[in-house]
Design a protein around this ligand. Structure first.
Ligand SMILES: [Zn+2]
Length: 144
C-alpha cells in the first residue's frame, strides 16, 4: 500500500508536461516533501518555457541529494539541492537557443528570475529569485 502511494505520487503530473519522477535524484533519492514547493515553482516556470517553444523538454538533472551533489563535485550551495534547478535539453534546439529564450521570457516577466548556466550540452535554469548567469567549460561568454 505504501509503495503504491509513493509510486502514484511520483508519476503525478505537477504541470501538463512535467512529472515529479523526472526530478528525482540520479542516486534514486526522491524529492523530499519539504522541497515540494520549490519543485512545483520550478515546473510551473519550465511549463511556461515548454508552452512557448512547443517542444518537449528533457530534464537531465533535477533534484540532487547533498550526498550525490558532493559525489559529482557540484557547487557547494547548488540550487539542485533545494530542488529549484533543472539541467535541460530540448531536441532541435541548441543549449544557447534555449538559454536565449529563457532570458527573453524572464525579461518579459513570464518566467521567474533565476540562474541560467550555459553548457556545451545542456542549459541550467533555477528559480532562486534573482538573476545569475554563468558559462560552463568550453563556452565563450556571449554577453554583448
Ligand atoms: Zn544545473
Amino acid at each position: 500500500m505504501y509503495c503504491y502511494t509513493v509510486e502514484k505520487a511520483m508519476s503525478e503530473k505537477i504541470t501538463d508536461n512535467f512529472r515529479l519522477h523526472e526530478f528525482r535524484c540520479k542516486d534514486g533519492t526522491d524529492v523530499p516533501e519539504e522541497l515540494m514547493d520549490n519543485v512545483r515553482l520550478l515546473c510551473e516556470n519550465l511549463q511556461v518555457l515548454r508552452d512557448h517553444i512547443q517542444k518537449p523538454i528533457r530534464v537531465i538533472s533535477g533534484y540532487r541529494s547533498p550526498k550525490y551533489n558532493r559525489r559529482i563535485g557540484g557547487a557547494r550551495r547548488s540550487q539542485h539541492m533545494t530542488a529549484k534547478a533543472a539541467d535541460i535539453k530540448v531536441s532541435g534546439m541548441s543549449p544557447k537557443e534555449v538559454k536565449d529564450v529563457i532570458v527573453d521570457l524572464i525579461k518579459q516577466g513570464k518566467m521567474h528570475p533565476g540562474g541560467i548556466g550555459l553548457y556545451t550540452t545542456f542549459t541550467h535554469y533555477d528559480v532562486r529569485g534573482r538573476n545569475a548567469r554563468w558559462y560552463g567549460k568550453g563556452i565563450k561568454d556571449d554577453r554583448p
